[in-house]
Design a protein around this ligand. Sequence first.
Ligand SMILES: Cc1cc2nc3c(=O)[nH]c(=O)nc-3n(C[C@H](O)[C@H](O)[C@H](O)COP(=O)(O)OP(=O)(O)OC[C@H]3O[C@@H](n4cnc5c(N)ncnc54)[C@H](O)[C@@H]3O)c2cc1C
Length: 478
Amino acid sequence: MKKVIWWLRRDLRLHDNPALRAAVDRAGEVIPVFIWAPDEDAEWGPGGAQHWWLHQSLKALDQSLRRLDSRLVLRKGGSLTELRSLLQETRATGVFWNRLYEPAAIKRDTEIREALRADGHQAESFNAGLLYEPWTQATLKGDPYRVFTPFWKSCLKGPEPAAPEAAPQAMPTVSSWPDGIELDALDLMPRRDWYRGLGEAWTPGEAAGLARLEQFLDDGLAHYDEKRDYPAVDGVSRLSPYLHFGELSPRTAWQAASARRADSGCERGGEAFVRELGWREFAHHVLFHFPQTPTRPMDQRFEVFPWRDDPGGWLGAWQRGHTGIPIVDAGMRQLWQTGWMHNRVRMIVASFLVKNLRLDWRHGARWFWDTLVDADLASNTMGWQWSAGSGADAAPYFRIFNPVLQGEKFDPDGGYVRAYVPEVRKLPPRFVHKPWAMPAAEQAKLGFEIGVAYPEPLVDLKTSREEALAAFKALPGR
Ligand SMILES: Cc1cc2nc3c(=O)[nH]c(=O)nc-3n(C[C@H](O)[C@H](O)[C@H](O)COP(=O)(O)OP(=O)(O)OC[C@H]3O[C@@H](n4cnc5c(N)ncnc54)[C@H](O)[C@@H]3O)c2cc1C
C-alpha cells in the first residue's frame, strides 16, 4: 500500500491542511515529519521567542496526532538528507508539504523538489499559508503591487479563497515508524528563564489558536474597528503567532470572520479585520517580488540615508525600555515580557527609533525578530520599512509620530503605560505620557524625581524631529 511523508514546517495544524489532506486521500500510510534545520536559513532562522513557541507547538501537535493513533517524527539535520533517509528507511514513495514564501525557503524547497523527483519520488507542494499566493496578483501592466489598496481590490475582485477543510477524523495507521528524536533534543527551549512571561501570556498550538479565534469573533469582532488602536483595551485578535506558525489557517480565519460580518453590528468590525488579514497577504506579495527587502531599502534613495552611529547606549536603552518616553518604554517592555506588542505601539516605537533616534531600521527589525513570538519575515520587514519611510506604501517620511500625542490619544488615561512602566504609575494622567514636564514641586509631592525615578528622554522630541526632517530633505531626489 502506498506510503507518503507529510513534511511539516509552518503548517502545524490538522485542520485545513492541504498537504495532509492529499496524503490521507491518496496514501494508505502517512508519516508526519518535522525536520529541525536552522542552518538552512542562517540569516533569518527563528529568533529566541520563536524557539520557545515552536517547542510548545510541536508538543501540542504530537499530542493531537497521538489522539488519532499517529505521532510526529522529529529529526534534526539537513532537510534533503533527512527526507532521503526517511524515504529509504520507510520505503515511502513521496513527500507532500505546504509552501513557504521566504526567499531562502523557496530556494531550498525548489532544490528539494527537483532532487526528490530526480530520485524517482513524488514531491508535491500545496498552499496552506495564504489566501492569495504572491504570484496570483499583478497590476494591469503585469508588475507586482507596491501599494496596498489596489492590491487588496485586485484580490477581492477575483475568486474567493477556497473554503477551509476540516481536520481528518482519523489518520491512516503506520505499519512501522521510523526513528525520531525527542523534542528536548532539538534544544529549542531558551537556556535562561526570560521566557517565563511568554508562558503566562500564551498557549501555543492549534487548539488554542482556534479557541482564540472563536473568542475574538464572539467578543472582539463587532468593535474591532473602534478598539483596534487602543493598546490598553483587549480590542485586537492576538492571532498573529498562530497564523505565523500555521496553527490557524488564514482561510479558516477569513471564512469565520466573513460569515460573522453578516451578523448585525459586525459589518464594520468584520470588514476592518478582514482587511488586516489582507495586509498579511500584501506583506507576502511584497517579500516574494522584492526578496532583497529584509536587508535593503525598497526605495533606493534610502541607501544613502545618514543613519546615526549609536552615540552610546541608545539602542540598548530602546531595547530595554529605558528611553524616558513612557509609551515607547511600555511597548518595549511588553515585547520583552510577553513576546508581542500592540500594532499601534509597534508603529510608535519604530518611528521613535528610526526618526527621533535616527538609528537604522534594520537594528529594530533584528530586535523584533529575536523577541516577537509572531516574528514573520514578510510582515516584520514591511512594518519596519513602512515606519522608516523606505518601503511599500510607506508612511511619508515627514509624518513623524509624536509619541506623547500618540500616547495621549490612544492611551488617554495611561492604563497601558502604567501596566508596563511602574515608575510612572502614580503620576497624574496629564503627566503620565510626559513625566519630564511635571513641575519639580509636584514631583516632590509625589516622591518622584525625573532622572532618578525614571530617565529623562534620550532626545528632545522637537529637535530630533527637525534633524530627521533635514536628513530626509537632503536625500537625492528630494
Ligand atoms: C514595525 C512593525 C513590525 C511588525 N512585525 C510583525 C511581525 O513580525 N509579524 C506579524 O505578524 N506582524 C507584524 N507587524 C504587523 C502587526 O503589528 C501585527 O500583525 C499585529 O500587531 C498582530 O496582532 P493581532 O494578531 O492582534 O492583529 P489584528 O489587529 O487582530 O490583525 C489580525 C491579523 O492580521 C494580520 N495583520 C494585522 N496588521 C498587519 C500588518 N500591519 N501587517 C501584516 N499583517 C498584519 C496579522 O496576521 C494579524 O494577526 C508589524 C508591524 C510593525 C509596525
